[in-house]
Design a protein around this ligand. Sequence first.
Ligand code: 5RP
Length: 222
Amino acid sequence: MNGKYNASKLALSFVKDEMTIGIGSGSTVEVFLNLLGDRIKNEGLRIYGIPSSYQAMIAGAKNGIIITDLLDKEPDLCIDGADQVDSRLNCIKGGGAALTREKILAFASKKVIILVDETKLVEKLSMPVPVEVLPFAYGYVMKRLSSICKPNLREGKGKVGPIITDNGNFILDCDFGIVENPEGVDKELKVISGIVENGIFSSKLISAVIVGNNSSAKLLKH
Ligand code: 5RP
């Protein structure tokens, strides 16, 4: 079995009947949802889910999760993946362009558990930080970002031009080199008008990270 499967299997033990789950996006979350779907079917559980993307909504519904929203429920637990996790459990997310709703769900949830395979672990964050930008503000935001990092408009696959997020926005992948101070970068990005959200998830938001490899999974906490 692979790391995503083993991490997801361990995460299942945190799910109890009648819980509301914030559902992150990506292939690891999809593995988790398929396993949770088996539990829902076999044990007759009622699980509510608030999805962070159309992908999460469709995969959640397919697996018997009752899809709801933040007006109706407060998530007990948010389950999500990540693109990089550093030694202090800060993360970069947004490889699937769902970072804005994922971050809202992380803030709104009582507990946040990130599932990764061991290839995502790094000493320091270093991949480009995904930044969601209002198309109207693109020119202005590019100018502002160019003085602090190397921004690159994410292109679509199966579509010409930029990818459009589920919120109707662009994604700029912003290369800061090694991110020595993730919270500092998060703050710098937050004050630029036209930026909706960015993919730095401070360790303060995260309750635990489950790291899977080919044979097992372990829980990391700070
Ligand atoms: C989507 C995300 C995903 O959680 C992240 O990209 C990891 O995806 P995967 O589980 O497919 O490796 O942040 O916006």
